[in-house]
Design a protein around this ligand. Sequence first.
Ligand code: UDX
Ligand code: UDX
Length: 434
Amino acid sequence: MPKKICVVGTGYVGLIAAVGLSDFGNNVVGVDLDKKKIDMLVQGISPIYEPGVEDYLNRNLESGRLTFTTEIAKALQESNVIFIAVGTPEKENEEADLSYVEAVVDTIAENLNEYKVIVTKSTVPVGTNRWIKELLKKKTGGNNFDVVSNPEFLREGKAAQDFFHPDRTVIGYESEKAKDIMFRVYRTLNVTSVPFVWCSLETAELIKYASNAFLATKITFINEIANLSEAVGADIHQVAKSMGMDGRISSKFLHPGPGYGGSCFPKDTKAIVSFGKKFGVKMKLIDSVIKTNELQKERMVEKIKKLSGTLKGKTITVLGLAFKQQTDDVRESPAITIIDKLLKEGVNVQAHDPKAMDNFSKLFPDIMYCHTAYDAAKNADALLIVTEWNEYRGLELSKLKTIMKGDILLDTRNLLDPDDVKEAGFIYEGVGRK
Ligand code: UDX
Ligand code: UDX
């Protein structure tokens, strides 16, 4: 049984890891530079909106197995397994920024008072774990540690479910001692028969990028077929459903939309192309996925332009700002590109989102944010649904129609029944269907 686990970084991934690992029965300390975050966590308040996480947080705080602190040196010294979960954002040249990881490795080196397993949770380019190992060796002048790569596959909005019921747990390792310790850390998952993939550091690193790049490709593929569906008069949902019945294809991630967003797909696809280049391999397919996804977001603006004639001076309602439902995260949300382009066209934007308005207003302070979807629809010429929040499925269409000035509804997530929308007096357009 490990003495204590320290999770460095209590952002999205770190918080779920800290809460989940303590729920497995481990003693966990979560560390972050951000004092405000730690103050909230100590009081049992989650800094992010993620269904279920606050319940797990409070349960484990009460059990005494989970604590939070900003005092990193003490937390590192008292732990023998350290999870690195700081951000690895995209740099201007599209590589992953490893400066936060490097800063943590420096601090670990300064506090390596006994043997420790250093586990990388953050998504890092292939070769990073070996680089961490060399860095630690150089800085400590010894080998009193092991490095492990343990990528995460959490979906925002479903992170707790994904943590406790993963499809697989991937662990890249080099020593039997580290393998044994990681086995104990995750023994609860082992009891529930979750498959474990024990592999090399490089294999684990690549599994993560390959999985995200594949899913991004699958979405981009169905978006391209959706665009073709519109042109030839086919129905994308029947096409996708039927494709998914083929077990080799599977039905997941075949939902067309305004393009993928979020904290992972955009950054990880760019990073894999970038480190592919470094290793002398041209990642032409993934490169084209990145470009095609950008075009998909822009295509939503072209659609609304085509429906509205000119956009200048029009009022447009945007429903949904988060990159997907069940999260307040707006990183790389298609709403960013769409609203940016609408503003450049001289549109007056009235927006609503059940959870993400605070985060979005940091990027776009000057658009109008409304308490309800109906408030956002007041006197609008057109309405765009950008995020698939369930509450938008239940919109009273006839009420919307009387509130709005115009009659255009662009449903970029195909949430609504086109017949219902038309019956309420709207001109309806979705993605890939009539
Ligand atoms: C994570 C992973 O790190 C990233 O690699 C993966 O691809 C997506 O998810 P995320 O948890 O979303 O990133 O990052 P973020 O929300 O930025 O959280 C990072 C946390 O680490 C922040 O709370 C930040 O304050 C903290 N931090 C950062 C430290 O405590 N120390 C540092 O040196 C840097
Ligand atoms: C993703 C991966 O699923 C997860 O395994 C990884 O660790 C982190 O990145 P996340 O970004 O939280 O998770 O959400 P996900 O549900 O994968 O959706 C990503 C984007 O793709 C969203 O913008 C979503 O709207 C879009 N999407 C997803 C589609 O447009 N169509 C689909 O069929 C599925």
